[in-house]
Design a protein around this ligand. Structure first.
Ligand code: 5GP
Length: 193
């Protein structure tokens, strides 16, 4: 997605060997116009699927997921991290190792929001080693729901996440695919759309 690649080149900051910081438009401050275009791109990519829910993980997946869900006219659900006194429903859970925080946490979705009648599009901001998206696949499968695919805003193709997800038979659509970082600059490979 050209608009996204341009924005990454203009505003993205490479941190260390394998982290891209995009907090001015995606992971902290959010550009609504870009998110709307991202939502449209996912809707177009999965137009042959009868999606009933968009599922993501808090926090940075929420922005692209909610714009996608709004465009589809379906609800967005974000898996919550950790425990909360207000989460007193029956829960669907998965263990997720966080690439950026380097801790494992239990993420959960209330059973009342996802069941076997649902066809789910999973959306996340980044794909690195695939742990977050795999956790969402596990939760969706525990609910008995089917999976249309995984929509990723920025895939770091030099990490092993895509292979992990595709090994589960899940279609992955990434709007930007990064081959790596050379001298602090992002190198792209051809994206899925
Ligand atoms: P994975 O679970 O695929 O290993 O990592 C994906 C999750 O880690 C995403 O939900 C995202 O929040 C975070 N993440 C992974 N790599 C990056 C990165 O390079 N930059 C940022 N900002 N977040 C990342």
């Amino acid at each position: 997605m050209e608009l996204l690649e341009e924005r990454i080149l203009h505003d993205g900051n490479v941190l260390g060997e394998n982290v891209l910081k995009v907090d001015s438009f995606l992971t902290h401050q959010v550009d609504g116009e870009l998110m709307a275009a991202i939502g449209e791109a996912f809707v177009e990519a999965f137009r042959n699927e009868e999606i009933t829910k968009v599922v993501t993980i808090e926090a940075s997946g929420i922005a692209p997921a909610v714009y996608t869900a709004q465009k589809l006219g379906v609800p967005m659900i974000f898996a919550k991290k950790g425990n909360s006194l207000t989460m007193n429903d029956e829960l669907l859970t998965a263990e997720v190792y966080s690439f950026t925080k380097q801790v494992t946490s239990t993420v959960s979705v209330s059973k009342k929001f996802l069941d076997e009648t649902d066809h789910v599009l999973i959306v996340d901001d980044f794909l690195a080693n695939g742990q977050a998206a795999k956790g969402l696949i596990d939760i969706t499968q525990k609910a008995g729901a089917s999976i249309a695919g995984v929509g990723i805003v920025i895939e770091k193709s030099f990490q092993k996440g895509r292979a992990l997800l595709e090994d589960t038979g899940t279609r992955v659509v990434s709007l930007a695919r990064l081959d790596g970082f050379v001298n602090g600059k992002v190198v792209f490979r051809e994206a899925d759309i």
